[in-house]
Design a protein around this ligand. Structure first.
Ligand code: GLC
Length: 476
């Protein structure tokens, strides 16, 4: 089976969040059981692009309304990612250091989708499945079905995986002319809320919809993301499949980003050494429990709660506790967190920015990971944390609800229900009490380290889904 994944990020080439981790891992595991899995993303100006060798295998000119952009398709030559990897290079739109947040993001990602389909249409062997990820690739199922120039792709089944339903790629109908010519009878398949809605269109046109956890699938049917009624309508073609993690990358025993490696047999000593190294870096005392947050600083992740949580906890526990925050995002949250440095020094630190190495060191060196998300379609942090023997403190939502059970119910972490300062502080208080009971703490850590969240079997669930939609297309 030939599978093509199309997305905006892929670890280690270009990463903003968990989307990259999934697109960098799932195909690798699928490749072990399926003939040929490939991934295509836009060509950003990233270190991986500069440091690795690519062959140009195709070039052309894409048309976006009245604009014409030259593009090339580059193939990574060594297959070091574990699957065939392609970059669509559109210099005018993507030769920039960041992945998102440019004024012309609409033009950028729509051009990427058009260039990708132009290229695939010309291939002698077509993929058996096109697997799209998030709204940046949301118009692909529609274009494959209805654009005249992609007639050849019409019978290839498509699947859309929703990693985050809050972002939908919405734009007005006066940009309709950006799309290649299609049968106007089907224009309604682009529309949701009187706008062109890229994710909404994918939900209507794809053969299958998956969310990255079962609970998130339930939640999006009722949450106020604007698409809830649409989700309810397509329930019978939707499935929640919990993400996995890449055990090759996330293994404390072999992780090259750690100064001290450790396994389940040596985690006590190993974690303490990592904690000492981390604490030395940030002027903290490694004899106290270390609570960390790793992630994007947005309301969606509950990061707006952090400044008040930190003030409250550091007032209550004074010198008994360490708190470390790694992340970037909302400028106001960043500033509030930075200001706290002036008040609480020696047991609090914030590192603004994305730093993969520091993130690995923090999973290894922390006692607890805080994940206070308002919305969490899956969440990988709790899985990474457990693998590194670190106890997750989570709000029960989405994938967090599917993976973490409170230790008082014989589980593997600490849970609360509300995304409020009070609930997070209460969980931290319980974590501080728990910390006194080393035997129980160790049991929870061991339970976490033993949990199998590998892609190995989860990737099979996708393959089953592919087989199902291929069979269904053949029936029709
Ligand atoms: C997004 C979601 C996160 C999920 C990740 C990978 O970043 O916010 O919950 O784990 O995608 O699917």
């Amino acid at each position: 089976m030939e599978i093509l994944h199309i997305g905006a990020e892929c670890y280690p080439v270009a990463k903003v969040g968990g989307l990259a981790d999934v697109i960098g891992a799932l195909p690798k595991y699928q490749n072990k059981s399926v003939n040929n899995v490939s991934v295509v993303i836009p060509c950003y100006q990233t270190a991986f692009k500069l440091d690795n060798h690519f062959d140009c295998i195709h070039s052309g000119k894409l048309k976006l309304g009245n604009f014409n952009f030259p593009y090339s398709v580059l193939k990574e030559t060594s297959n070091k990612l574990g699957f065939e990897f392609y970059l669509v290079e559109i210099p005018e739109l993507f030769d920039r250091p960041n992945i998102y947040n440019y004024r012309d993001d609409l033009e950028r990602f729509l051009s990427f989708q058009i260039a990708t389909l132009d290229w695939i249409t010309g291939l002698s062997t077509l993929p058996d499945i096109i697997h799209c990820h998030d709204h940046h690739t949301g118009l692909i199922p529609f274009m494959m079905k209805y654009c005249f120039k992609y007639e050849k792709l019409k019978n290839i089944p498509t699947i859309i995986t929703i990693h985050n339903g809050l972002y939908q790629g919405i734009f007005t109908f006066n940009k309709l002319y950006y799309l290649p010519e299609f049968d106007l009878f089907h224009v309604k398949d682009l529309e949701w809320g009187n706008h062109i809605n890229s994710l909404g269109s994918a939900i209507k046109c794809a053969d299958k919809i998956t969310t990255v956890s079962p609970s998130y699938l339930n939640e999006i049917n009722y949450s106020d993301n604007g698409l809830e009624i649409l989700f309810q309508r397509v329930r019978d073609k939707s499935k929640g499949i919990l993400n996995g993690i890449d055990l090759d990358v996330w293994d404390p025993n072999t992780d090259p980003m750690l100064e001290t490696n450790y396994s389940i047999n040596s985690f006590d000593e190993g974690k303490q050494k990592n904690k000492e190294q981390l604490c030395t870096l940030f002027n903290m005392n490694a004899t106290k429990p270390l609570f960390s947050f790793i992630g994007r600083l947005y309301n969606e992740k509950g990061a707006d709660l952090l400044p008040k949580v930190i003030s409250s906890v550091l007032t209550t526990f004074k010198d008994e506790i360490n708190i470390l925050i790694l992340g970037y995002g909302d400028l106001e949250i960043e500033n509030q967190l930075k200001q706290l440095l002036e008040v609480y020094n020696g047991n609090y630190h914030v590192h603004i920015g994305y730093d993969e190495v520091l993130a690995h060191k923090t999973y290894a060196g922390s006692d607890y990971i805080l994940i206070p998300s308002r919305v969490e379609p899956c969440g990988l942090n709790q899985m990474y944390a457990m693998r590194y023997g670190t106890i997750p403190i989570v709000r029960r939502t989405g994938g967090l609800k599917d993976t973490i059970i409170d230790f008082e119910d014989n589980g593997n972490g600490i849970c609360h229900d509300q995304a409020t300062v009070e609930d997070v502080c209460d969980s931290i208080q319980r974590a501080m009490n728990l910390y006194q009971n080393k035997d129980l703490v160790d049991q929870i850590k061991i339970k976490g380290m033993n949990t199998d969240h590998s892609w190995e079997h989860i990737s099979q669930e996708y393959i089953e889904l592919y087989n199902l939609i291929i069979a269904k297309r053949h029936e029709n």
